[in-house]
Design a protein around this ligand. Structure first.
Ligand SMILES: Cc1cc2nc3c(=O)[nH]c(=O)nc-3n(C[C@H](O)[C@H](O)[C@H](O)COP(=O)(O)OP(=O)(O)OC[C@H]3O[C@@H](n4cnc5c(N)ncnc54)[C@H](O)[C@@H]3O)c2cc1C
Length: 412
């Protein structure tokens, strides 16, 4: 049996580790942070898992937060402007958002209970040679900032050199959930977006507000205003931006109760969307394979990173179980099998953070009149490959709308 080394115990590393342990394959996970450290850390992200990821969690025996109680069933949309658009898209199967500070330690525990080895310690590129001697394959699942030199960026798939959105993600009390329970995607043209997510954290059912601000726009102040320096000013500023740009969420706010659930429940910054090479040859001739953010990192606007990481982990695990050798051919097979989903997520997300082309605007307008189209678009948050097939060209978007009976009347 091969012995697999995985660097990183995020969604990518843990889903792969759990899948391999299910087949009794020996695995060592190396992680810079212990699960206990993670549990008490600053907010890591505000992650929604979609139906295919939840299905994988069920298969792995780690669906600890039943979707019937913790999940949500739709996306509510608000597009601001002279004539605002409002519409809903329903999933065929629910999504769910659990704070990674609960989710990842629980999965790490399940992995260890299944006989997986977890070693805590920060690894550097110079450690890879020793790892390659110890393991038949080194899977790098170390997130977006580590081992970047081992996997150079692929320019053809990485159009940006800087973040296109400044992020302000926080967990809040005092927002009444949307009805039916769902995510609200709210667009303020020229300023950015707000993704409001019903999320379960250590404080129970709370509201995640992820502001995606266009640099220089009116929402941009949220990218760096300090909560620690002046919590009241921070809260007033968030409320002000909600009122000005995201009225459908603002109207559900109880101003007397509104506020962050805690000083650590806030994350500000930005992400440079980047696709990297799939694999690298190590000095002893064995291979390192990148999965998750170490391979493809996307802006969180479409909620794809962790779902894509899970898909990549799954494909990798299945190939490890099936293939005859963990060589370059194996790495290429993994790359081919995951490409549609992983690159679909990257291409679709990159489209959403650029000035919107006419066919995207036309699609939004058409979906506001067509629940069938809105439903399929929403369901495709779990299928980024299918979403990209709808959005890649104006002709494809027209064909999609025609399939839903929204023919030549569509508005572009
Ligand atoms: C605000 C925000 C909202 C998001 N919302 C969503 C969403 O709704 N849906 C979605 O699917 N995705 C979302 N994402 C993206 C998602 O969080 C990431 O894509 C996902 O966490 C990537 O998982 P990963 O396992 O690849 O990496 P990570 O979760 O970053 O894990 C990396 C692991 O590697 C370890 N590590 C790092 N460096 C080293 C080292 N040198 N040595 C040893 N170990 C190391 C870390 O300790 C960690 O265990 C969001 C991200 C943000 C920031």
């Amino acid at each position: 049996m091969p012995h697999i080394g995985i660097i990183g115990a995020g969604t990518a590393g843990l889903h792969l580790g759990l899948l391999l342990r299910r087949q009794d394959i020996p695995v060592t996970l190396y992680s810079a942070r212990s699960p206990r450290d993670l549990a008490s850390s600053r907010l890591l992200a505000t992650v929604a898992h979609h139906a295919p990821t939840l299905r994988r969690e069920r298969d792995l025996g780690v669906h600890f937060w039943p979707v019937e109680e913790y999940g949500y069933t739709c996306h509510h949309h608000y597009v601001g402007g002279d004539r605002p658009l409002r519409f809903r898209g329903d999933f065929t199967a629910p999504s769910s958002a659990i704070d990674d500070r609960l989710y990842l330690p629980a999965l790490a525990e399940a992995y260890e209970n299944n006989g997986g080895e977890l070693r805590v310690g920060h690894l550097e590129a110079r450690d890879l040679a020793a790892l390659a001697d110890r393991h038949d394959l080194v899977v790098v699942a170390a997130g977006r900032s580590a081992f970047t030199e081992l996997f150079p960026r692929r320019d053809a798939h990485s159009p940006f050199r800087a973040p296109q959105r400044r992020l302000c993600a926080g967990l809040y009390h005092g927002v009444h959930p949307a009805e039916p329970k769902g995510v609200t995607l709210s667009i303020s043209p020229g300023n950015g977006e707000l993704v409001e997510i019903p999320l379960f954290s250590r404080d129970g059912h709370v509201t995640a507000l992820l502001f995606e601000s266009i640099p220089g726009g009116e929402q941009d102040v949220l990218g760096d205003i300090s909560y620690d320096e002046d919590p009241a000013l921070f809260t007033r500023t968030v409320l002000g931006r909600l009122a000005a740009h995201h009225p459908d969420v603002f109207q559900r706010v109880d101003p007397g109760r509104f506020g962050l659930t805690g000083p650590l429940d806030l994350l500000q910054g930005g992400i440079v969307p980047t696709v990297r090479t799939d694999h690298a040859r190590l000095p002893n001739g064995r291979y390192a394979l990148a999965i998750g953010d170490a391979h493809t990192v996307v802006d969180p606007i479409t909620g794809q990173g962790a779902n894509s990481a899970s898909h990549s982990a799954w494909v990798t695990g299945e190939e490890i179980c099936e293939d005859l050798a963990l060589d370059e051919l194996f790495c290429r097979r993994v790359a081919r099998r995951r490409a549609d989903v992983v690159l679909g997520a990257a291409r679709w997300t990159n489209l959403m953070i650029q000035p919107p082309p006419d066919h995207l605007l036309g699609l939004l307008a058409a979906m506001s009149q067509n629940p069938g189209a809105a439903g399929e678009f929403t369901d495709n948050f779990g299928h980024p490959d299918r979403q990209w097939r709808i959005l890649a060209t104006p002709e494809r978007t027209r064909a999609f709308l025609a399939r839903h009976g929204a023919g030549p009347g569509s508005p572009w």
